[in-house]
Write a protein that binds this ligand. Structure first.
Ligand code: ARG
Length: 398
């Protein structure tokens, strides 16, 4: 039985109650780890205090923003990773970086287990646990929220009885998870997939901008490095672009997705920065990647997204695909112009010193350098098999 447990702590009701509940039920010491992955309202000193007030022997806040951007978001962007073609994996990407720091904290504080506050119905339990087993197979994993059988109301009563400071109220409507890459909003009336998401759920994409404008995103080897020519570090670049694109009311997703545990669930997301960056990156690849490489990469991208979604960030296939994607990005350097106007974000231009777009080959005007005479023989051979087949069919009268 575990003696010291590192808990992934968010500061919310469930993880606050989990601190005390694990102490009572399992007789363990709890070390709370709160990871800053760029979430809103992350008054992290206050989160730390709350963990201690709930009974944690130690509470640490880890700033993972730069690491999250460089080592988790960037590979996903290079792979244009969208789960089921739409969701840029906001929550799914944050779990492995959080687990990395939980495992580090477990080593540092001599813990023999880690714990998370996920329910038994979601994907996040899968990601926390599979990532932990990949990085630290010797650690036990506790899932108090999955085991305790309390309703939300029970948990609130438990918090009051034990003087655990919480900000939650009974009528909390949504389950929200957010970070640098976007925001996920679930539950409440949106559990009916036909119901229109109430306007109150949107915070990153409320349309406030009135004048249309352009923004130019610069990339180097697949990594975004500048906005309108100004060099920016990844975190401020993502934040600034998200604020800008979001102010045009663009970046919302409303979908029913397939969870790993077999449930279909209605999800809404706001992902102005991630969707705009994937749009621009993907477009820059259209002039910098050779056709076969582009095709093969596009074929592998959904698989890559699925691995991340399914909790397999730390896995041999993901590692091998990373090597492929990394190799593909060598010349993905250049700029993409995005045009923003109410509810719209559209690519209106792309350029690169490594562009494979050849004006002399493409043009229909006097500068044309294409050898037209080559086409006749090429097309004849291209159609030869079809012609042969058609000849037989007509001999057979069909
Ligand atoms: N459905 C998304 C996913 O599985 C978002 C999960 C968000 N988690 C939350 N606690 N609201 O990646």
């Amino acid at each position: 039985m575990a003696k010291r447990v590192v808990l992934a702590y968010s500061g919310g009701l469930d993880t606050s109650v989990a601190v005390r509940w694990m102490i009572e039920q399992y007789g363990v010491e709890v070390i709370a780890v709160a990871a800053d992955v760029g979430q809103e309202g992350g008054d992290l000193p206050a989160v730390r205090e709350r963990a201690l007030a709930a009974g944690a022997v130690e509470a640490v806040v880890v700033d993972c923003k730069d690491e999250f951007a460089a080592d988790f978001v960037t590979p996903a962007l290079k792979a244009n990773a969208l789960y089921e073609g739409r969701y840029p994996l906001v929550s799914a990407l944050s779990r492995p970086v959080i687990v990395k720091h939980m495992v580090a904290a477990a080593r540092e504080h001599g813990a023999d287990a880690v714990a998370h506050g996920c329910t038994g119905k979601g994907n996040d339990q899968v990601r926390f646990e599979v990532s932990t087993r990949a990085l630290a197979p010797d650690l036990d994993i506790l899932a108090p929220v999955r085991s305790w059988g309390m309703t939300r109301e029970d948990a609130i009563h438990y918090a009051y009885r034990h003087d655990i400071p919480i900000t939650a109220t009974k009528e909390k409507l949504y389950s929200i998870d957010d970070n640098l890459w976007g925001r996920a909003i679930e539950c409440g009336e949106m559990e009916d997939p036909w119901a229109v998401p109430p306007p109150g759920v949107w915070v990153l994409t409320s349309p406030t901008a009135t004048e249309a404008r352009d923004v130019v995103v610069g990339f180097e080897a697949g990594v975004p490095v500048s906005l309108d020519g100004e060099q920016l570090a990844l975190v401020p670049l993502i934040e600034r672009l998200g604020g800008l694109v979001g102010s045009y009311g663009w970046g919302r997703i409303d979908m029913v997705e397939n969870r790993r545990v077999g449930i279909k669930s209605r999800e809404t997301y706001e992902c102005p920065a991630s969707l705009a960056l994937i749009l621009a990156h993907n477009d820059l690849e259209s002039i910098t990647l050779e056709r076969d490489l582009a095709r093969e990469k596009a074929r592998l991208e959904p698989r890559y997204a699925e691995l991340i979604y399914d909790g397999l960030w730390f896995s041999p296939l993901k590692q091998a695909l990373d090597a492929f994607v990394e190799e593909s990005q060598r010349y993905v350097t250049g700029e993409v112009r995005l045009h923003l106007e109410s509810g719209t974000c559209l690519v209106t231009g792309r350029r690169s010193d490594y562009s494979l777009y050849d004006y002399g080959l493409a043009t229909y005007d006097a500068a044309d350098a294409f050898r037209h005479e080559d086409s006749a023989g090429f097309v004849r051979l291209w159609g030869l098999g079809i012609e042969t087949w058609a000849g037989r069919q007509s001999r057979l009268g069909s």
